[in-house]
Design a protein around this ligand. Structure first.
Ligand SMILES: C[S@@+](CC[C@H](N)C(=O)[O-])C[C@H]1O[C@@H](n2cnc3c(N)ncnc32)[C@H](O)[C@@H]1O
Length: 308
């Protein structure tokens, strides 16, 4: 859906967005024009994600609609995330519901998602068991379920609000069989159905140091849950717990995949390579060559002996 650029209000608002909209580096898909397209579609009663906002369909706005559009642009310029205004966010080809209940899925996390999907597709199990810890809105879990329909997918998060959003998303994308539970990291899966049985364990944990979280852009600090970012004094509090907890869930030959912050990839790779629980470590790099995710394969002999 597109705004009518012959309309003086649309031209005026586009100029304002071009001058004042600050697009965050981790939300690279947003532009002044597609923001305006999304907000215009929203006023017309069609909440769309950015990927849906480009179709050539002009919207005519009545007086009330014009006022509403103006208000929405003001709110966006006051740092309310576009995904919170539209209630929609793209992730790995899916359109998901978005709200203040959980982190807005980031484009950079797709690197982890596609890498995890590759491991699911090469798993020998007919119905690979996949667990997504720190699931937030359920974006990774649901992308796995949609792109690898043979997988049995579970997700969990410490935040009950995030779990509720993930459940809504499961219905929204037509995979209500994906189960989301609340709990602390691996704790919800300390059960014989999961211990030593998981084929692919995914996690995008909070990995920013507490001091940096205090200084994040207002679009993040005022609108997204701190729990989604704060990884403790050095940023690695949850990451280190993950390395300790993952081996007891993974089957021999199963894969752990997780996202890391800029600069954390090298040291985390080294740490993983030194753990007997893991036999093989791979890194996933972004277009700049920075490591943004790591994959580690559960070692067969150690898993059989029950050691981590
Ligand atoms: C970086 S966000 C990732 C959200 C989502 N998986 C994504 O990729 O967009 C981190 C998530 O971890 C959750 N979290 C933080 N500490 C946790 C813990 N100890 N156990 C489980 N989840 C936790 C937060 O609530 C948040 O949803």
């Amino acid at each position: 859906m597109q705004v009518d650029m012959d309309h003086p209000l649309c031209r005026e608002l586009l100029v304002r967005l071009e001058r004042e909209l600050e697009v965050l580096p981790d939300k690279p898909d947003e532009t002044p024009l597609n923001t305006l397209n999304c907000l215009c579609a929203l006023v017309a009663g069609r909440p769309l994600a950015l990927s849906q906002a480009g179709a050539a369909e002009l919207v005519e706005l009545d007086q009330a609609g014009q006022q509403r559009l103006r208000q929405l642009v003001e709110r966006r310029l006051a740092n309310v995330p576009l995904a919170h205004l539209t209630g929609r966010q793209d992730f790995m080809g899916l359109v998901l519901l978005a709200s203040e209940a959980a982190l807005v899925p980031r484009r950079e996390t797709e690197l982890l998602g596609w890498a995890a999907l590759g491991k699911i597709e090469s798993a020998s199990a007919e119905e690979p068991l996949v667990v997504d810890l720190c699931t937030g809105s359920g974006n990774l879990a649901l992308a796995m379920a949609v792109h690898a329909p043979q997988a049995k997918v579970w997700g969990s998060d410490l935040s009950p609000q995030a779990v509720e959003l993930a459940r809504q998303n499961a219905r929204f994308v037509g995979r209500p069989d994906v189960t989301f539970v609340a709990g602390d990291l691996a704790e919800p899966f300390d059960h014989p159905d999961f211990l030593g049985r998981v084929d692919v364990l995914i996690c995008n944990p909070p990995y920013i140091s507490s001091a940096k979280v205090d200084n994040m852009h207002a679009e993040i600090s005022e609108h997204e849950p701190r729990l989604a970012f704060d990884g403790g004094p050095f940023g690695v509090k949850v990451l280190l717990r993950l390395l300790k907890d993952a081996p007891r869930l993974l089957k021999a030959g199963g894969w752990l995949l997780f996202e890391v912050g800029l600069g954390q990839g090298g040291p985390m790779h080294k740490r993983l390579a030194g753990l007997p629980a893991f036999a093989e470590v791979e890194s996933v790099q972004d277009a700049n060559g920075d490591i943004r995710a790591l994959a580690a394969r559960r070692s067969a002999i150690v898993a059989a002996a029950g050691r981590v």
